[in-house]
Write a protein that binds this ligand. Structure first.
Ligand code: PEP
Length: 251
């Protein structure tokens, strides 16, 4: 039985004081809901405020990106050791907005993934097809290729710290959601790719989330699917009540 992970991705939203207020609002709504892991990935500057607000609760705080170098002349970047020293365990890597607006490629996603794993972090690796690829019927090939490239040279042992977020790009922030069947099928393709790369046990154990306009209305059906082990949630993670309803759907 895989444990579901409900993770919010705040993107570039929330100042530290807003972060504190939102976590404090969510805390009582998810208290005692221990049948899934609950995480907010937040802007770097919000990490301490969010951690402080989440103290003593079942809410974990993660980051939204990490650089692949240990240190050096990379102005504006944050390394894995900086995050781990701040007590951050989870990091999102390869989000489609990073790929679309900041030149992220499968190669840099792979470098970041390996750096975070080497530092002992848990990686939420995002991948998914764009609209034209879905319409052309090549979704399966695209996600299989991304899985292979993004995990190149990641060991079976390290894979235990990898969560994959299947996020069809056409569904992110658009209000369009993959049907539960589409989400299940494509998460299944990713699981089969893991099986081919790492074997059956690894495929059975890996957490594969769905992300793309998941909300309080559609979460139940999506999370009920066999291959969907949780959600990566953007917009709805900024609303305490909506996020807590999604957590309820994962119980
Ligand atoms: C995301 O940011 O990963 C995401 C899925 O966003 P949204 O839920 O807003 O589509």
């Amino acid at each position: 039985m895989r444990r579901k992970l409900i993770a919010g991705n705040w993107k570039m939203n929330m100042t530290p004081s807003q972060a504190k207020a939102l976590i404090e609002e969510v805390k009582p709504l998810v208290a005692g809901k221990d049948n899934c892991d609950i995480l907010f990935c937040v802007p770097f500057v919000d990490i301490f405020a969010a951690q402080e607000a989440a103290k003593g609760s079942n809410i974990k705080i993660g980051a939204e990106n990490v650089h692949f170098a240990e240190k050096g002349a990379y102005t504006g970047e944050i390394s894995a050791s900086m995050l781990t020293e701040c007590g951050v365990e989870y990091v999102i890597i390869g989000h489609s907005e990073r790929r679309q607006y900041f030149g992220e490629t499968d190669e840099t996603v792979n470098l970041r993934t390996k750096a975070a794993l080497a530092a002992g972090m848990k990686v939420i690796l995002c991948l998914g097809e764009v609209k034209d690829q879905r319409l052309s019927g090549i979704t399966d090939e695209v996600v299989a290729m991304q899985t292979k490239l993004d995990l190149k040279d990641v060991t079976e042992e390290q894979l235990k710290n990898v969560i994959i977020a299947y996020e069809p790009v056409w569904a992110i922030g658009t209000g369009l959601t993959a049907t539960p069947e589409q989400a299940d099928e494509t998460c299944g393709v990713i699981r089969n790719t893991i099986k081919a790369l790492y074997g059956e046990k690894a495929a059975d154990e890996i957490i594969i989330q769905y992300g793309g306009s998941m909300n309080a209305q559609n979460a139940k059906e999506l999370l009920a699917k066999e291959n969907v082990d949780g959600g990566l949630i953007g917009g709805a993670s900024l609303k305490a009540k909506d996020f807590s309803i999604i957590v309820d759907c994962a119980q």
